[in-house]
Design a protein around this ligand. Structure first.
Ligand SMILES: Nc1ncnc2c1ncn2[C@@H]1O[C@H](COP(=O)(O)OP(=O)(O)OP(=O)(O)O)[C@@H](O)[C@H]1O
Length: 637
């Protein structure tokens, strides 16, 4: 209790002041297509209001539409929704509203490998900008951590936080620029009773400071239920109650539904919604006029009709509006840090996370050493052996396959999860997506260079390749460019898919690239049909192979044929290059094409990622067609 009081004393003085925001919604309907079955209506002409300075709970049976309503109010889902959302008496400007509201989704993902304090400092740098002195940011962070009782965990790694601490950290991160509206989807799920009540008490403190705090919640205890300033109950996509929680008993009693003594009113109304005592759904919806009214027991004497107070949807709000609306339309919610700052903060965070994950880094180093030694041993000394030119060619191709798969697999495994985090951070306006994507693209280059060098040094010398610095450099350059392309291809695949699908599609999609790179090998380039010759130039590995062959085999003296061999067919390397159809290739042209492919794949991945986070009309139409096709073919789950 003492702790509760202590946290309530805090008023987040360090944070920028924000205006109060009241939200109303009218006739909100949300429909999703259901293939041949037509469409499914999830929210049905629902109305309601959420006030500033209040903690509001959205309750209802599972599948009632709580998360859907939160998604629509937050602006996270708009496609398929109709109706009106009013913010401080004016129709909601979604762009503006997204800047002033923060949505904490159910999956409380936080950036791994950082301490709580570091995660907060990164968020503070991004949200408050670099012009705010570090000491002020530190003060704000300390205040928030104290408010959310995370001071003791400030040095704990985010990977090691308990469920409750992780949820509180998700809230803390979003409090940094003091958003006036906070929406939380089931913040208490997975917490024990004590942590639940602590979490709700903290949210109440946050609301008391003038913010509009709305959270969806599953069957709270009677104690929790009474802590909310306002409760909004949904059943079957319609509002069945809006008002103060404990008054639900009186409301139901007015509808001739008696809540047993000592029974949790929250449990009882959910059971009523689930029709355990008969079908009262329509009566409740019409009593509250589907959320247009708000229940208050003080408003009228008990009559046959429930004492519902019509909500003055303009009245109280308009008084606030005059004071604050100017603030709302100002640019005070813009990104405080510019693109370059965001880029540097994000790339530093990525490097720090890579460095902290040292066991993984070490594993990758060891893997490059082991595979380098194995491949080097398999092709030992073949680089200048006239009888082994074909084996040597196999070695070059083997190196390219290594640099095609090894950098792609971690991306396919990690990026789909990372997208969920980016979705949350980007939706809550931490940074521009372009800044994030550029940081992501550059952050991995140093690691690729170091790991690539380890591998190249082992194989180059073990296989006895020519000891010429320019050839070594060209070999290395082609390997690194191939690695970067493969990584970009991984991003392209993983940007729209789940881990399972990405892990399947990524390797499968690489097979045609491999085949096209060496198609017709052995039978002579001239025997390849013209169409396949054209197709070969759609494989990036073909350019890598051309580059490697050019770097390693052109302008070299005839190789010696060992005495143990009777005849060596490819001692003349120029003849071999001609047989491969690569005699006219230019190394720097191949490098230029590889660089172009990197830009192409990166651009494609960025576009797909952007569409994943905020699809445009074409993409929405494509998704819709995809869903229709899937449901018509019976593939929709
Ligand atoms: N894209 C969709 N396609 C089909 N049905 C959907 C879609 N999105 C939501 N639904 C359905 O809409 C209903 C409401 O979903 P919602 O997630 O809002 O429920 P909820 O009240 O938050 O449930 P819970 O408490 O279990 O999380 C559910 O029956 C769900 O299956």
């Amino acid at each position: 209790m003492a702790m509760e009081m202590q946290s309530r004393d805090s008023s987040l003085r360090c944070l920028p002041k924000r205006p109060a925001v009241d939200i109303e919604f009218h006739d909100v309907t949300y429909t999703v297509p259901q293939g041949r079955k037509g469409s499914k209506v999830i929210l049905r002409s629902i109305n309601g209001q959420f006030r500033s300075g209040q903690l509001t709970a959205i309750l209802g049976p599972s599948g009632a539409g709580k998360s859907t309503l939160l998604n629509i109010i937050a602006g996270y889902k708009c496609q398929g929704a109709t109706g009106q959302i009013i913010v401080n008496g004016e129709s909601r400007n979604l762009k503006q509203f997204r800047k002033m509201s923060r949505y904490i989704m159910q999956n409380d993902l936080v950036q791994p490998m950082l301490s709580v304090e570091e995660a907060m400092m990164v968020a503070a740098d991004l949200k408050l900008g670099i012009n705010v002195p570090k000491s002020d940011k530190k003060k704000a962070i300390d205040e928030i951590l104290k408010l959310l009782r995370l001071e003791k965990a400030s040095t704990t790694s985010t990977n090691k936080l308990s469920g409750g601490e992780r949820k509180r950290l998700s809230v803390a991160l979003e409090l940094l620029n003091n958003p006036p509206v906070l929406l939380l989807d089931e913040p208490t799920t997975g917490l024990d009773d004590m942590s639940c009540s602590q979490c709700i008490s903290l949210l109440k403190t946050i609301a008391e400071e003038g913010r509009t705090v709305i959270c969806s919640i599953h069957t709270p205890s009677a104690k929790l239920f009474s802590m909310f300033d306002s409760v909004y109950i949904i059943s079957e996509g319609q509002c069945v109650y809006q008002g103060y929680g404990p008054e639900v008993v009186g409301y139901l009693s007015d509808l001739d539904i008696e809540c047993p003594r000592h029974y949790n009113p929250a449990d009882f109304i959910i059971e009523v919604c689930c029709k355990e005592y008969g079908d009262y759904h329509d009566r409740m919806v019409s009593a509250i006029d589907n959320g247009r009214n708000c229940y208050s027991s003080n408003a009228a004497a008990l009559t046959m009709e429930p004492p519902i107070v019509p909500v003055d949807l303009k009245g109280s709000i308009s008084s606030i509006k005059e004071e604050v609306y100017a603030d709302l339309s100002s640019s005070s919610f813009e990104h405080e840090s510019n693109w370059t700052t965001q880029f540097w903060i994000l790339i530093s965070r990525m490097w720090l996370q890579m460095w902290r994950d040292r066991s993984y880094l070490l594993l990758r180093v060891v893997l490059h050493v082991i595979i380098g030694v194995i491949i080097g041993t398999l092709y030992f000394g073949m680089g200048q052996d006239g009888s082994r030119t074909l084996f040597n060619f196999g070695f070059y191709f083997c190196c390219l396959i290594f640099f095609m798969y090894i950098p792609m697999m971690p991306v396919l495994l990690q990026f789909p999860t990372e997208v969920q985090l980016v979705k949350r951070e980007h939706f809550n306006k931490w940074y521009r997506l372009s800044a994030y994507f550029t940081a992501l693209s550059f952050s991995t280059i140093p690691v690729q260079i170091v790991l690539g060098s380890i591998y190249v040094l082992f194989v180059y010398f073990l296989t006895n390749q020519p000891l010429e610095l320019d050839r070594l450099f060209m070999f290395f350059l082609i390997c690194i460019l191939t690695a970067i392309i493969s990584e970009s291809l991984g991003l392209l695949v993983a940007a729209q898919l789940t881990v399972v699908n990405a892990m399947f599609i990524g390797p499968v999609i690489s097979v045609p690239f491999m085949l096209l790179a060496v198609y017709g090998f052995g039978s002579g380039y001239d025997t390849i049909p013209p169409l396949i010759k054209i197709a070969m130039y759609f494989s990036y590995l073909r350019y890598s192979l051309e580059g490697l062959i050019h770097a390693m085999l052109t302008d070299r003296q005839k190789l010696d044929c060992p005495e143990t061999e009777e005849y060596c067919i490819y001692t003349d390397l120029n003849f071999f290059v001609k047989e491969m159809g690569m005699e006219h290739t230019k190394f720097w042209m191949d490098v230029a094409v590889l660089c172009f492919i990197i830009v192409l794949f990166k651009g494609g991945s960025y576009y797909l990622l952007r569409q994943r986070l905020r699809p445009n009309k074409t993409f929405i139409a494509l998704q819709y067609i995809g869903r229709l096709v899937k449901s018509h073919l019976g593939l929709a789950r």
